[in-house]
Design a protein. Structure first.
Length: 422
């Protein structure tokens, strides 16, 4: 299915590949609320429900622990049973859980909503990114992942505008109204995904495929064991863990650290969040394209350098100037690891197993996201929140070291077809 297109546009833009990309952006937008809106809603929720930093961090930990299981299961099932239903239902479940979070009368209700949110986002995001890269050529997959990741950036900007406005108009319930809006949007996105998504007839509709890119009839529906046995996929998973570790602290405590610990108004925090979101709209595209042009390991390394500087500034030199610089650096790298992981999910395994590979990487990121808010909350309650951001800086530094191993094994996909017995 093709539409007329202008010569200066990419050859895939006005094919169904372009539609798939738009759906991918929307799925990332909906899932982005669960990842990035907490930094703005947690301060009000803590006050409304009387929560400590530790309990607030546990909310995000629960969501991410459940998401780990969801991403692994959905990434494993997608290549065998197809992605459309998993993605659509996952987005709808995620949206409904946001609405129940807004209705939460107690802490236990919040935890239950967070668990359902983890199930839904894991079902939606991992199969979506695995499905999307299969519609693109090898040298466009980083770009495609980067463009899709812009949806998460839009969520950041949208939350930065909406939450301070709603909380400013209703200090006690504004955070609840925010989740109602996020939930309604996510449910709508899920319905659209069920209508529009489809599996590619071949690796990419917009371009002829090579024999490497075509899954053989014997391996369609096979279990993706090759993805779980590949050491480079596990290395990428460890890198994703370090990113999740650092960004988990940021997502949970950025708003609390600035507003409660350093006396900065929520409106100013919202403006910094908008700045981060605006920068991150091009972050994914930049880092994805860079990883296509150099290699995945180098792109990882450079992104960790910027993140280490940002978190070190917040920990060692708290103040508005440091926060602005940190916001610039975090915005520039916010979608880097996500995009690079999505791009390299098809670098080391057969193309039809990209969802499983990306699912494993998402497990790593989710585990980091799950552990660091609770650990960071405990540290904040006992030693001060600046030490929590020191913890985030350590995660980025470890990621720099691990990136070197991937630099020594540059991207060179040898997509071996698995044994059907797997």
């Amino acid at each position: 299915m093709r539409f007329p297109y202008l010569r200066f546009t990419p050859d895939w833009l006005f094919t169904y590949t372009g539609v798939m990309l738009l759906v991918g952006v929307a799925i990332n937008w909906g899932a982005g609320f669960t990842q990035f809106a907490h930094s703005l809603t947690l301060p009000s929720m803590e006050i409304d429900l009387g929560l400590s930093h530790t309990k607030a961090g546990l909310v995000i930990t629960v969501a991410n622990l459940i998401r780990i299981c969801s991403t692994f299961i959905s990434g494993t099932l997608a290549p065998r049973y197809g992605s459309r239903l998993i993605i659509g239902i996952g987005s709808i479940v995620s949206g409904c859980s946001m609405i129940t979070l807004g209705l939460a009368p107690s802490y236990m209700w919040v935890l239950l909503s967070a668990a359902l949110m983890g199930i839904g986002t894991g079902m939606a995001l991992v199969p979506m990114m695995g499905l999307l890269v299969r519609w693109f050529r090898d040298n466009d997959r980083g770009l495609a992942a980067g463009l899709a990741s812009m949806g998460g950036s839009f969520a950041f900007i949208f939350a930065g505008v909406l939450v301070p406005w709603l909380v400013g108009n209703d200090a006690s319930d504004g955070w609840r109204h925010s989740w109602f809006v996020f939930g309604g949007l996510s449910v709508s996105i899920g319905v659209a995904a069920l209508i529009l998504l489809r599996e590619p007839a071949q690796a990419s509709e917009s371009t002829p495929t090579t024999s490497e890119d075509k899954p053989s009839p014997q391996t369609r529906g096979a279990w993706p064991m090759a993805a779980y046995k590949n050491p480079m996929i596990w290395l990428a998973t460890f890198l994703a863990f370090n990113t999740g570790w650092s960004q988990g602290v940021f997502n949970a405590f950025f708003g609390v650290y600035l507003s409660q610990e350093n006396g900065i108004s929520l409106a100013t925090v919202g403006q910094l969040v908008i700045l981060i979101g605006a920068l991150s709209t091009t972050s994914g595209t930049f880092w994805g394209t860079l990883s296509d042009r150099v290699n995945r390991g180098q792109a990882f390394f450079y992104s960790y350098v910027f993140q280490a500087i940002a978190f070190a500034l917040m920990a060692l030199f708290p103040g508005i100037i440091s926060f602005i610089i940190a916001a610039l650096l975090i915005g520039f790298t916010l979608r880097a690891a996500y995009t690079i992981c999505a791009a390299c999910s098809s670098d080391y395994v057969a193309l039809q197993f990209s969802a499983a590979a990306f699912g494993l990487m998402s497990v790593g990121a989710g585990l980091g996201n799950a552990l660091s808010p609770t650990v960071g909350g405990l540290i904040a309650d006992n030693f001060g929140m600046e030490w929590s951001f020191g913890l985030a800086a350590i995660g980025a530094i470890v990621g720099m070291g691990a990136s070197v191993a991937m630099i020594k094994n540059p991207t060179n996909r040898d997509a071996q077809q698995p044994n059907p017995a797997d």
